[in-house]
Design a protein. Structure first.
Lengths: 168, 107
């Protein structure tokens, strides 16, 4: 059974945090994240008749958000990654629950190359397993594992360099 | 799970979009809907298309009628010329018979 336009508003309210968060953590920029998230939901509105169930909508939205985010970068609207030089100095690192530490971690994630960044976002932001990530990004599971492994290694190295040993 | 992974989960947890996000999306979605042709619009488009077919059809019908009339008039003119020519030839033959052969060379 296809979804109709009347169900759009409830789907929008149900999934807005997921779509916005994926875009936000990808770009580390609220304005761009809202722009991309709006485009994703307008695309959903136009394609509702093709989606079979609400369960299908969540995976469709994840896939579309990741693709739109990459497209947005390719169209040259924004610089590819947050530059590490932009990261603030870390005088004395507070404890793990410190929001400042998390903000710095988000910036580190945003400085990763596109695909490893998406793998990390889907793994730790959306709590997907590697099989689900592979389906969203249309990559082999082994490639996802490889991206995840290398991204974590890179993050550990960057975190040690920019956030201090305590963070890792 | 390593401490880094745990921190990543917390750092990357979902966040709500800015206030009014859903309303802004809905406002952008609805004009798209109104731009789609409704049945009302389709009816007007169909009527306009039918009218155009009628006008074009009448134009070609009138053109054909005029062409046929022209051809008929041309045939009538040709027939009249042909008849006139025949009458003239007949009259010339009678005159020549009346005045005799070679009369045309006499003064």
């Amino acid at each position: 059974m296809a979804l109709d336009q009347a169900s759009f508003e409830s789907l929008l309210r149900e999934h807005q945090a997921m779509v916005f968060s994926l875009a936000y953590h990808f770009f580390h920029n609220q304005a761009i994240a809202e722009d991309v998230a709006q485009e994703v939901f307008l695309k959903l509105y136009e394609n509702l008749h093709r989606l079979e169930s609400p369960a299908h909508v969540a995976s469709w939205l994840r896939r579309t958000t990741t693709h739109r985010s990459i497209d947005y970068l390719r169209r040259g609207h924004v610089r590819p990654e947050v530059q590490l030089e932009e990261l603030p100095e870390t005088p004395d690192l507070p404890g793990a629950a410190d929001p400042l530490l998390h903000e710095r971690l988000r910036r580190l994630v945003a400085s990763l190359p596109q695909i490893p960044r998406l793998v990390v976002l889907l793994r730790y932001g959306e709590d997907l397993d590697t099989g689900e990530i592979a389906r969203v990004l249309k990559l082999p599971v082994r490639t996802v594992w490889s991206h995840l492994y290398r991204a974590l290694a890179l993050l550990r190295e960057k975190a040690a360099r920019y956030l201090g040993e305590e963070a890792v | 799970m390593s401490r880094l992974e745990d921190e990543l989960r917390q750092a990357l947890r979902r966040r709500e979009p800015p206030a009014g996000f859903a309303e802004r999306v809905l406002a952008r979605a609805h004009p798209r809907e109104s731009r789609r042709p409704s049945w009302f619009h389709w009816r007007w488009l169909a009527a306009a298309a039918a009218l155009m077919v009628l006008v074009v059809g009448l134009y070609f019908f009138e053109e054909r009628r005029r062409r046929l009339e022209g051809e008929r008039a041309k045939q009538q003119v040709m027939l009249a010329l042909h008849l006139t020519g025949s009458k003239l030839r007949l009259a010339q033959q009678r005159i020549q018979r009346f005045i005799g052969p070679g009369a045309a060379f006499q003064d």
